[in-house]
Design a protein around this ligand. Structure first.
Ligand code: FE2
Length: 386
């Protein structure tokens, strides 16, 4: 497998200069999951991933049709929402997809303008601009549909100082497992159907003003058995990065196809969260029962100095420790990165997490694709879906 990144230009200024500024994004505001049992899912994210209780909405706060638990760790906010009756669109979503990401919410200065600019360019409306108020001020939200049943919600919160959003109350808990060092969302990956990647790349360009700054084709991303294609989309300031994957033909079933089969359509495949000390983070996550893909063979770690190239002198980590924890290493022109992938966090083989520590590198671990996908294929073989 080639690990060269063709058609790639590094240097952020250059990469993003083509991006349009009609949709300025300040960052990821929150990620909302529709799940079968939000109370238990919230406990899992606290216990296993070290999130803290932030806010709650449900019967006790006057909400009759759903319960939502909001969790926080540094800049990351997760919302876990469940339906309180079978007629709810939330229940329909869970019935079809299992637990999964419904909302990728983006923090904006002006949610009305974000709605207007994106729908004018062809986005399908999900939520008309809506003002929500409580004693802490007001929030304006609007939303558009993206791939599958996933949506983007634009959140304008400059006139709000409550715990999360109007309608939510502070969630006071006596249970505070320690954080594991997760800092912010580095990127979120969408899996789309056969032959649909370029249409979604164009949608992010046209509707959201994003640019395509990295591309990997099936010649680059393949193992002996399976393949996929991927293009990374980024907004103008580079804070929001959405790689888009589609399956490609191989001797056996692509992991993307497995996802599409079990999620019953396109959806969010993985959320990459950044840490600045991956060894400590992964050690804690493993102690708390988070399961990771198996480590590549020992020869992979023997090759690390070669892979680091000119960055070998700044490399501080102990390779033996990285090997013991199963952490992968990749390098590009500007530096290196360390990454590891969890197994899916629900029973369907769908959403999983990546933990990433960037030491200058801006890539996505292309040098690890082969080792990573062979590890995924070992899991697929166990599930009988390879
Ligand atoms: Fe990733």
């Amino acid at each position: 497998m080639s690990t060269e990144l063709k058609n790639v230009e590094y240097g952020l200024e250059k990469i993003f200069e083509g991006a349009q500024d009609f949709l300025p994004l300040l960052g990821t505001d929150y990620v909302e999951f529709y799940v079968g049992n939000a109370k238990q899912a919230a406990h899992y994210y606290k216990t296993a991933f070290g999130f803290q209780s932030l806010a709650y909405a449900g019967l006790e706060t006057g909400v009759r049709d759903r319960a939502s638990y909001v969790l926080v760790q540094d800049k990351i906010r997760l919302v876990l929402t469940t339906a309180l009756n079978s007629n709810s669109p939330i229940a329909e979503h869970v019935k079809k997809h299992g637990d999964g990401v419904k909302v990728i919410a983006l923090w904006v200065e002006d949610a009305r303008k974000a709605f207007e600019e994106t729908t004018k360019r062809g986005a399908k409306p999900y939520m008309e601009p809506t003002v929500e108020k409580d004693e802490f001020g007001e929030v304006v939200r609007s939303g558009i549909h993206t791939y599958g049943d996933t949506v983007h919600v634009f959140v304008e919160r400059k006139n709000y100082n409550g715990p999360f959003l109007p309608g939510y109350k502070e969630w006071k808990s006596e249970y505070h497992p320690s954080p594991v060092g997760l800092k912010y969302i580095d990127h979120m990956v969408g899996n789309v159907g056969w032959g649909e990647m370029n249409q979604w790349v164009k949608w992010y360009e046209d509707v959201m003003g994003f640019v395509n700054f990295l591309s990997f084709d099936d010649k680059q991303i393949h193992t002996e058995y399976s393949a996929l294609m991927s293009k990374v989309m980024a907004n103008g300031n580079g804070r929001i990065k959405f790689p888009i994957n589609e399956p490609a033909e191989g001797k056996k079933k692509s992991q993307i196809e497995e996802y599409l089969d079990f999620y019953e359509g396109p959806g969010c495949q993985h959320i990459a969260v950044a840490t600045d000390d991956i060894i400590t983070t992964v050690t804690k996550l493993r102690e708390r029962g988070v399961e990771f893909l198996s480590a590549p063979p020992h020869t992979y770690y023997e090759d690390v100095p070669k892979r680091l190239g000119k960055h070998v002198d700044i490399f501080k980590e102990d390779i033996q420790v990285l090997e013991k924890l199963g952490i992968l290493i990749d390098a590009d022109e500007e530096g290196y990165l360390l990454q590891i992938f969890t197994k899916p966090v629900e029973d369907r083989p769908t959403l999983f997490y990546e933990i990433i520590q960037r030491m200058g590198a801006r890539g996505f671990g292309a040098g690890n694709f082969k080792a990573l996908f062979e590890s995924i294929e070992r899991e697929q073989a166990l599930r009988g879906t390879l």
